[in-house]
Design a binder for this molecule. Structure first.
Ligand code: HEM
Length: 399
């Protein structure tokens, strides 16, 4: 295959007519005996031949192998350098472990559970606003994007005076589909805002993670690293959760039988959310590079070669789900899916994302039992090939 692809294609390459299923191209790759090697463009590192891993066992082996690293890579001449101290995906080894420790307490399941009342409050307020604006809204803007952005803002302790900019800048920075120039311009603006935010909280401490980091509760960390760490939380935690709320709602609108199971509580909400995460697999992982000649599963990967994994096809591998992996089935026993990745970079925000999804989806359908799509499903558009996270552009609904 010689076609030039951008890195988002492993995430967003879906079946025409069925926005939830992997495209024939990806399915074909997953069925091959050997991984595909193809030139792939990545905004931060340019174009390089890339090994695409798409089967469950290969993806798990790759993500569990610390000889495949993201960060500290030689950049092609002229490419803008965006390495950020404190930004966990850019780090590995002892430095990475230290940064993960800084976040561990704030994202531990027990601590995240205490955020339930806050998330419920945010959801109820958004649903009230929707109801007042109704009987129709764009569910992406009115609900899906708003909820995670308010929750992350609260978690970090963003002061009320900086709320508005926080929500618009954090929404803009996750648009990986933009051109490299737009992407880096946005990243620059966002980075400057986060620097100001940390400086403001240094002057006037608030209740939240940024102040806790400054107090050194999890170890020594300087303000530059706090900027990198908290920027990662905003970037990685915002669009992912928003995309899952919107696509999850769409999948349930398209499958009234599954929606009924969730709402009459004949399945556990937690299990239903795991199945939605597996079935939709909205995320890719940051590209990895081998730092020596290695073997992943049975496959040789040369030092310096780039590797990308498809979580979508991995999570639909018949060896993981023998009974209809391409079917959404909320009654399924949860499997060890990798929608949050695997290995040392596995998503630290997964318990927060689960909490938001477990509360947001039932709350939406309980408030609006008559919720329906306001346009034919085939008129919806989905993030294109450059995107890092799969999602629906807008979701007009009515009740
Ligand atoms: C990493 C998915 C929500 C923060 C990751 C990775 C995946 C992922 C697949 C691994 C990337 C890799 O290995 O290269 C998701 C999905 C979410 C979600 C599907 C929602 C449904 C969140 C939330 C936060 C968050 C709510 C925080 C508020 C992060 C961070 C990393 C990460 C900081 C980088 C970790 C590291 O490099 O050590 N996420 N995520 N994510 N996620 Fe999430």
């Amino acid at each position: 295959m010689t076609e030039r692809l951008t890195r988002g294609f492993v995430v967003t390459d879906r079946q025409p007519g069925c926005p939830f299923d992997p495209s024939q191209r990806l399915t074909h790759m997953a069925r091959q005996e050997e991984p595909t090697r193809v030139p792939v463009y990545e905004p931060r590192f340019g174009e390089a031949d890339t090994v695409i891993l798409s089967r469950y066992a290969d993806v798990r082996a790759a993500l569990g192998d610390t000889r495949l690293q993201y960060g500290h890579l030689p950049l092609p001449a002229g490419e803008p350098r965006t390495f950020m101290p404190g930004f966990p995906p850019d780090h590995h080894g002892a430095e990475h472990i230290r940064l993960r420790r800084m976040m561990a307490a704030a994202f531990a399941p027990k601590r995240i559970r205490t955020l339930g009342p806050l998330v419920d409050k945010v959801l109820a307020e958004r649903l009230d606003v929707m109801e007042a604006a109704g009987p129709g809204v764009d569910l992406v803007a009115a609900y899906a994007v708003a909820v995670p952005s308010i929750v992350i803002g609260e978690l970090l302790g963003v002061p009320a005076s900086m709320h508005q900019d926080f929500h618009s800048l954090s929404a803009g920075v996750v648009n990986f589909a933009s051109s490299p120039a737009e992407y880096f311009a946005h990243l620059g603006k966002f980075g400057a805002y986060m620097k100001d935010l940390v400086a403001e909280i240094r002057r006037h401490p608030t209740d939240g993670l940024i102040t806790e980091l400054m107090e050194g509760r999890s170890g020594d960390i300087g303000d530059a690293e706090i900027v990198g760490l908290t920027s990662a939380l905003v970037v990685a935690g915002h669009e992912t959760t928003a995309a899952m709320i919107a696509l999850g709602a769409l999948a349930l609108l398209e499958r009234p039988d599954q929606r009924a199971l969730l709402l009459d509580e004949s399945v556990s909400t937690a299990d239903a959310v795991e199945e939605l995460l597996r079935y939709l697999s909205i995320s890719g992982v940051f590209p990895r590079v081998a730092n020596e000649d290695i073997t992943i599963g049975e496959w040789p990967v040369k030092a310096g070669e780039r590797v990308l994994v498809s979580l979508l096809t991995a999570n639909r591998d018949p060896r993981l789900v023998p009974d209809g992996a391409d079917r959404l089935d909320l009654t399924r026993e949860p499997v060890q899916h990798m929608a949050f990745g695997f290995g040392t970079h596995q998503c630290p925000g997964q318990h927060l994302a689960r909490l938001e999804l477990q509360l947001a989806l039932p709350a939406l359908f309980h408030r609006f039992p008559e919720l329906r799509l306001a346009v034919p499903a085939d008129e919806l558009t989905f993030h294109g090939d450059g995107a890092n996270v799969y999602g629906v552009e807008g979701l007009p609904v009515a009740w």
